[in-house]
Design a protein around this ligand. Structure first.
Ligand SMILES: *Cc1c(COP(=O)(O)O)cnc(C)c1O
Length: 404
């Protein structure tokens, strides 16, 4: 692939016009939108309105002018991106908190079964939260196994299979309908973490017959640092499943100020406390970008961007740990190298922002809404420079910050 080839793909790219909806600094090729999505241009004005007008001028009246039902309203906006009905999704809290609620709920709703099965090497918070959640349910335990052993690990004691759809390091993608069916066949419930999938690959929770799902909104959905996360519970489970963090915002009538908890109907019961309105305002503006986007076009472009960097890596002899088949991966590409940290730093110094995942992964996120084929081609050329000159050997690139 030559640079002219990349430019020709840009000329025919149906998503090219979305680049203009984002603010990105000059001189940066941003390959970390899978960790913190870029800033949509609509967000600063939305935050300004939420502060100056809604908070400053309307004051407490704003609760009845769009704040109190923001979690449901944004849930309905996320729903089409994950193949859910509008009343099967709610937005709030964090992915970590949502995982806790759903793991405990699943254990309590699958009596006689005690095990939560998950993948060894899953995203850390998923496993940490599962550890904490099983400790809250008498008899429950967490069992983690390698991906290849998962099918055998699902047995008559499995209450819940909890998987992250796209792996944060390798970009390996599980076949959602197949694994959901496997869990169900064994009598287990299925919980999907879609943090690295939503906005990256087409999703259809309904077609997969999924029970529960969670996901971040600050990655491919560009909701901003720490943006509230989404939680999905299939309609058929909503009446039976209970939120173990029984807060007043999940109460059927919070403003009755009753002592006893009575869960709200539908998804509202999954709320806990007062929603974070300022970050919700940012997320709502960011979701606006997605309204008319064709997910199939996102997937097609993601695959083309991947191929550009995969070819660059192959030419350098780099070990690509991401699947070559686009049907089996998300929207990032990862290379394994013993000096991956220093390489990441050398790239950042040259304006190519990717990230490092311990111990030896260089991870480059491919966000079709605001990256051009030419951007990614140039990133590949800069990677080639860094590798050929061994520029990463500069001792300055060995120093580690807290956040990698
Ligand atoms: C990013 C990510 C998270 C982050 O959870 P927070 O509660 O937002 O910190 C959780 N799970 C997966 C799979 C992720 O990729």
């Amino acid at each position: 692939m030559t640079r002219d080839d990349a430019r020709a793909l840009d000329a025919a790219d149906p998503l090219a016009r979305y680049r203009d909806l984002f603010d990105l600094p000059d001189g940066v090729i941003y390959l970390d939108g899978n960790s913190l999505g870029a800033l949509p241009k609509a967000v600063p004005a939305a935050i300004a309105d939420a502060t100056t007008r809604q908070w400053g001028d309307r004051l407490i009246r704003s609760w009845n002018e769009g704040w109190i039902d923001a979690p449901q309203r944004l849930g309905a906006q996320v729903a089409p991106l994950i193949g859910a009905a509008p009343d099967e999704v709610i937005v709030g809290d964090s992915t970590s908190t949502h995982l806790f609620k759903l793991i405990v709920a699943a254990l309590r709703n699958n009596p006689g079964r005690n095990t939560v099965v998950s993948e060894r090497g899953n995203f850390p918070t998923d496993l940490h939260i599962a550890e904490g959640a099983v400790a809250c349910v008498p008899g429950a335990r967490l069992r983690t196994v390698d991906r290849d052993d998962l099918a055998d690990a699902i047995d008559a004691d499995t209450a819940l299979l909890m998987l992250t759809h796209v792996h944060y390091k390798t970009a390996d993608r599980f076949d959602m309908p197949a694994w959901t069916a496997r869990a169900h066949a064994a009598g287990a419930l299925m919980l999907w973490d879609l943090s690295h999938s939503v906005g990256a690959v087409p999703l259809d929770l309904t077609a997969a017959n999924a029970d529960m799902a969670v996901g971040c909104t600050y990655k491919y959905l560009n909701g901003g640092p720490g943006a509230p996360a989404f939680l999905f519970v299939a309609d058929r489970h909503q009446a039976a499943f209970a939120n173990p963090i029984s807060g007043w915002m999940g109460h059927a009538a919070p403003f009755e100020f009753a002592d006893a908890y009575r869960p709200a109907d539908g998804m509202t019961r999954w709320l806990v406390g007062t929603p974070p309105i300022l970050s919700t305002a940012a997320l709502e503006a960011a979701l606006g970008v997605w309204v008319d986007i064709d997910q199939a076009q996102v997937a097609t472009k993601s695959a083309a961007l991947f191929d550009i960097l995969a070819a660059a890596g192959d030419a350098l002899g780099l070990a690509c740990v991401s699947p070559r088949d686009p049907a089996h991966r998300g929207s990032h590409i990862s290379f394994r190298h013993p000096h991956a940290y220093a390489i990441t730093q050398a790239l950042i110094a040259r304006g190519v922002i990717g990230d490092f995942r311990d111990p030896d992964i260089l991870r480059l996120g491919l966000t079709p809404l605001y990256l051009s084929h030419d951007d990614v081609w140039r990133a590949g050329a800069i990677l080639a420079d860094v590798m050929r000159d061994e520029a990463w050997r500069d001792p300055a690139y060995a120093e580690r910050s807290v956040v990698t």
